[in-house]
Unconditional design. Structure first.
Length: 349
């Protein structure tokens, strides 16, 4: 496994550690329009800008550079927009390298999966756009650590919207969660690029991915499957889990090395009934077309879960063993759309 090139050539060399940096300067504030804008430039801290937000409706503009820090948007910071200064998400990168099994500096234990996230938000009506969020922790650098989950983004607020965002990690790249077991928070990802290897899109949120690109990484291991794209843990009472709509799935690994999904039934929520619908999506040869699903634990076989497909294309979508690829009927497909999943929320691109 190699570390990624996180910046485009135009911004290479611009690095901001964030450590010890003061808050970003507030500019562009207009009493007439109500716009309140904070700009973050190399040498500033994105977290300091988040901490400087005093109410709903703020925008934080992140200028080109690498910001090596952990960013946490608290639940009270509603209606925040965090965006890159350019339209190219490769120009502004927020990255760190904690893993589940990494020891905390204060000696209080390890971070755990959620705590490993480079970017965390529990804020409702959050918008993130034109940025890269990454976790560049590598298993090969830390053979002594067995908790190898290393999250790039952990989100659990209702009406969370990611637009043109790159999400980079290996295991557990994107954790789409909810604020409580009995709350069905909605999240929408549009034109995003998400890469990883094991369970790299997972969680119990109602999460819609439209026109997104999922990419499975090459892994230097001898076993297969080398990983899975999705691992939903949808609450039984929630009719809507993860929906991938008009997306594409590519791979840096050999043909058939990856599974499309496996169900995650957490030990703290054994009543979960994982739900995943992949529809009108091009699935490349990296996904095992014969047996695209597998179990995380034998006590919860994937065949008993809400896994369905509809009108997918590509070599990884070939239906050679029909019982291994459950399909929606046309009537059922009408209940699995962006509108039915997001309800009264209409996110704008």
């Amino acid at each position: 496994m190699r570390r990624r090139t996180l910046l485009t050539g135009i911004t290479a060399g611009l690095v901001a550690t964030g450590a010890g940096a003061g808050p970003a300067l507030a500019t562009g504030s207009s009493p007439a329009t109500g716009r309140r804008v904070l700009h973050v430039r190399p040498g500033d801290s994105v977290q300091a800008a988040v901490d400087a937000v005093t109410g709903p409706g703020w925008t934080i503009v992140v200028h080109p550079g690498i910001y090596r820090e952990v960013v946490n948007v608290p639940a009270a910071t509603a209606e925040l927009t965090l965006r890159g200064a350019t339209r190219d998400p490769r120009d502004a990168v927020i990255v760190y390298n904690n893993a589940n099994g990494s020891q905390k500096p204060d000696g209080s234990g390890t971070y755990g999966t959620a705590g490993s996230a480079t970017f965390t938000s529990g804020a409702p009506r959050l918008t993130v756009r034109d940025l890269t969020l990454a976790n560049d922790w590598l298993r090969a650098d830390h053979p002594e650590i067995t908790g190898t989950q290393a999250v790039a983004a952990y989100t659990y607020g209702d009406r969370t919207h990611f637009e043109n965002v790159r999400l980079l990690a290996h295991q557990d790249t994107l954790f789409v969660e909810t604020t409580a077991l009995d709350v069905f928070d909605r999240q929408y990802f549009h034109r995003c690029y998400i890469e990883g290897d094991v369970d790299f899109v997972f969680g119990r949120a109602t999460a819609v991915f439209e026109d997104c690109h999922f990419h499975t990484l090459r892994r230097d291991v001898t076993f297969t499957p080398k990983g899975m794209v999705f691992a939903p843990s949808t609450a039984r009472a929630n009719p809507h889990g993860i929906l991938a709509l008009r997306c594409r799935i590519t791979s840096g690994a050999e043909d058939g090395a990856y599974k499309l999904a496996r169900p995650w039934v957490p030990t703290y929520e054994t009543t979960a009934w994982p739900s995943l619908v992949v529809r009108e999506t091009r699935i490349g040869p990296g996904i095992d077309a014969v047996t695209p699903y597998t179990n995380m634990r034998e006590a919860y076989p994937w065949q008993t879960m809400r896994f369905r497909e509809y009108r997918n294309t590509g070599p990884g979508a070939a239906i050679t063993v029909p019982e291994n690829r459950p399909q929606l009927t046309a009537a059922e497909a009408r209940s699995h759309t962006k509108r039915t999943y997001l309800g009264d929320w209409r996110p704008r691109a």
